[in-house]
Ligand binder design. Sequence first.
Ligand code: IMP
Ligand code: MG
Length: 426
Amino acid sequence: MPTKIVLGAQWGDEGKAKIVDYLTLDADIVVRYQGGANAGHTVIVGDTEFVFHMIPSGIMHEDKVCVVGNGVVVDPEEMLAEIEDLEQKGFDVAGRFFVSQIAHLVMPYHKALEKAAEESQGSVKIGTTGRGIGPAYRDKVERSYGVRMMDLLDPQRLRDKLEASIRAKNELLTKVYDQEPLESGPIVDAYIGYGEQLAPYVADVSVLLNQAIDQGKTVLCEGAQGTLLDIDHGTYPYVTSSNTTAGGACTGSGIGPTRVDEVIGVTKAYTTRVGNGPFPTELLGEAGERLRSLGHEFGATTGRARRCGWFDAAILRAASRINGLTSIALTRLDVLDELESLRLGIGYRYGDEILEEFPADPQVLEKCEPIYEEVAGWQTPTTDVRHIDDLPPQARIYVERISELSRAPVSLISVGPERESTIDVD
Ligand code: IMP
Ligand code: MG
């Protein structure tokens, strides 16, 4: 298997974890390339539950190597908690887990500043996950106070950097946000400790991955969040702070674009969004409630109820274009099994205009009315279907229409949470 990127084609929560788990069976290495502890998935093995925010869940496969690339902002406390949890439950990660030496860190002041900013009057209420992601990327880009994994390994360098940084952040916390200052001593000591514990895992990830590709190994790059949460291409400012799109897999891991063979966009058979921002096909009231309860749409990281709505093909066309999708993995088709009829958003009406492409201007998007195509429901359980030909005819029509409207072939269809509940179309 060649190098593949698997990423979210909508606003996150598309069911990437399940698709990544399925594709991991044929992979040697799984890499995360952006985001941080804002992403989350829960994996259940027998009666034991594992929650991952930092480490690729591919780590559950004992013969796989898992890597956190430089594009990720690392929360070392969270990363260590996950390693410890895995080891307590009998999974050995030594020698098969690596984190980039040039990845930036999330610090306690990032979380404190994010919270203060979101609560303060007059700031945009993005509805972040509160994991300090934006402030950590801000420091990376701003360049005065960014702290990287390699700094963790050098206690003196770390102490100097953190003391300067905490001094500056305390100015902000106390003078701008009227909050208590943070005490630097305990933070410095804690992070020196994290450095000692994480040292064995720190690596030059670009070298590691490219050598692996040279040796014919298969690499699976796992995106977090989704295309419309991309800092550039998403519904700005209601986005996350990283490039969730395919280019981010290259910059966030140190693999060149010419080495990537496939880009798979994961999309639900309907649409959800957590947090604020425009959502043209959103269903409010009872209809939205019904979809939420059929799909159990509550966030893995924050527990928040997800906003739900119809499938929106304009989003998928944008995802196909921006990511150069080679195929689509369609998830949660079974969630729609009961519905009498369904709607597919095929484009937008904006005043007198018909828009086929997803508009970049949020003010335009806010005023867009979706144009729907009505499709009959199949009202037949699909969870046990394993072959595309065995889908109820109406479900096949729905899938084919999604593929046509999205301008990409469907390679996988997920019809249930279990690994086996997957239709491999190819
Ligand atoms: P942040 O990533 O915590 O800065 O949050 C920015 C926006 O991205 C908010 O609307 C979040 O709800 C959304 N977001 C972040 N991570 C995820 C995710 O894993 N799934 C869905 N939405 C997310
Ligand atoms: Mg998630």
